[in-house]
Unconditional design. Sequence first.
Length: 99
Amino acid sequence: MDITSISSVNSLPLTERTLTKKPVSGLDQVTQSFGQVLDSLNQSQLETDGLISKLSSGQDVDLHQVMIATEENDVNFRVALAIRDKLVDAYREMMRMSI
């Protein structure tokens, strides 16, 4: 592996390195944020499903933990739906704008 090619990027002056970076648009930020929310929701769902599976198979799981995880997942899901609804409303409002 050639390490000199990696270090050559750091030898560029700061202005050249910053000019070559792609600017992050607002759409990219929204997409990234919503992606993080969906990843968090998916992780919460997987943890809740695991706890429910353990409880239903008779393993030693605290019922309170299962109920708390279920409610947290429900809240996370509602937040994701609210964010989605706001994004759809914003999109529709932008489509109604005249150019």
